[in-house]
Design a protein around this ligand. Structure first.
Ligand SMILES: C[S@@+](CC[C@H](N)C(=O)[O-])C[C@H]1O[C@@H](n2cnc3c(N)ncnc32)[C@H](O)[C@@H]1O
Length: 353
């Protein structure tokens, strides 16, 4: 999974790259204490392949202010993360902060859910999180008959998912408020929902998830997957709106208003590098290969556990997954404009009061 994610995550990297200016401005805004460590933390780091460059940007910005500043780089993810690969990347990635001049950066692992405090209290000067805070803490138990995604939920199911996402986001922010040093900053980028002036909602990955649900339904119709498993599966991701992102801290009386001050909160469209390449070269097979690989990189683990393990009719989960992503690839190649990945990235930048 980790290698698949690293090989097919140029998209996530494009999102992380847009944050360079915000990282540099955040470092410039935080007071440096000579001889005390400046702590940079990355929450939901995975193997670090994409966030390595963001870490290096932050540390280079610290060292441009004070060449000898001691720095700690704290990498957070779940205990099941591929920590060996993360530290291999720290050691050998050309983008690693290891190569920066100055005293060695102390690398630490924080193997705990980011819904809890994940660093020594009040220690983090710059916290960052890319492509991770949209994952829900728990697998939803509601049914979404018309798809795999919160955006197709209606009635009580829609309310349940929105309530879970609101609670998770508040827990994430409360935990970061505990981690951050006074005056520290937190930059979070995750998938979002853009609400147009006319009220139209643009939900990141909606078309992709609809395509995936249809392919799974086909497999059920062909006797490859149990229909109940397809009916019950929901991807545990929630693309928040700007209003949902601001709810815990924006305005007097909100639960975290005394801890966190808003600097920026916005949803921006992000160009799709796979689609742009197809528009240029017309190579639908290459497009479909890259797109299906990208989708597999971030959905396989959830699909394996919650759709294919309970759903594969012959019990061969790997073969069913290969079949699924093969069908998805065929569908993407047949008609690239039909269901492209569309992204409105939500950026939240706050400071710790
Ligand atoms: C799509 S990857 C993003 C990795 C990296 N930040 C990037 O931008 O490429 C999402 C990561 O979030 C992590 N994650 C999801 N839920 C988490 C949680 N509750 N606590 C810590 N990490 C979590 C996953 O384990 C995974 O490594």
């Amino acid at each position: 999974m980790a290698r698949d994610y690293d090989d097919h995550s140029q998209y996530q990297r494009a999102v992380a790259d847009t944050s360079t200016a915000m990282i540099e401005q955040s470092v410039a805004a935080v007071a440096l204490t000579p001889d005390a460590s400046f702590v940079v933390a990355d929450f939901g780091a995975s193997t670090g392949a994409n966030s390595m460059a963001a870490m290096r940007t932050a540390i280079a910005a610290v060292r441009s202010r004070a060449a000898g500043q001691p720095v700690v780089a704290l990498h957070n993810d779940l205990p099941t993360n591929d920590w060996n690969q993360l530290f291999r990347n720290v050691e050998s990635s050309p983008e690693s902060y290891r190569a920066l001049p100055g005293p060695p950066v102390v690398s630490l692992a924080s193997a705990i859910t980011f819904f809890e405090p994940a660093a020594p209290a009040r220690s983090v000067h710059l916290g960052m999180s890319f492509n991770a805070a949209h994952w829900l803490r728990d697998q939803p138990t509601v049914t979404v008959p018309d798809g795999f995604y919160f955006s197709e939920a209606t009635g009580d199911a829609a309310t349940t998912l929105a309530t879970a996402a609101a609670g998770d986001w508040q827990s994430f922010l409360a935990a970061r408020a505990a981690d951050l040093a006074p005056g520290g900053r937190l930059l979070v980028q995750m998938v979002g929902t853009d609400v147009a002036p006319d009220g139209a909602r643009h939900v990141t990955a909606r078309a992709t998830m609809l395509a995936m649900a249809e392919v799974a339904a086909q497999m059920a119709a062909n006797g490859r997957l149990r229909a109940e498993a397809v009916r019950d599966y929901v991807l545990p991701v929630y693309a928040r709106t700007v209003a949902e992102a601001r709810a815990p801290f924006a305005g007097d009386g909100t639960p975290l208003h005394d801890e966190l001050a808003e600097i920026t909160c916005r949803a921006d469209p992000v160009a799709n590098p796979y689609y742009a390449k197809w528009e240029q070269d017309g190579d639908a097979d290459a497009y479909a290969l890259a797109y299906a690989g990208f989708v597999r990189g971030f959905t396989e683990s959830s699909l394996r556990t919650h759709l294919f393990a309970p759903g594969a009719v012959d019990g061969d989960v790997d073969a069913a997954l290969d079949d699924f992503f093969g069908r998805l690839r065929t569908r993407f190649a047949a008609d690239p404009p039909r269901d492209p990945f569309e992204d409105w990235t939500l950026t939240v930048l706050v400071s710790r009061r």
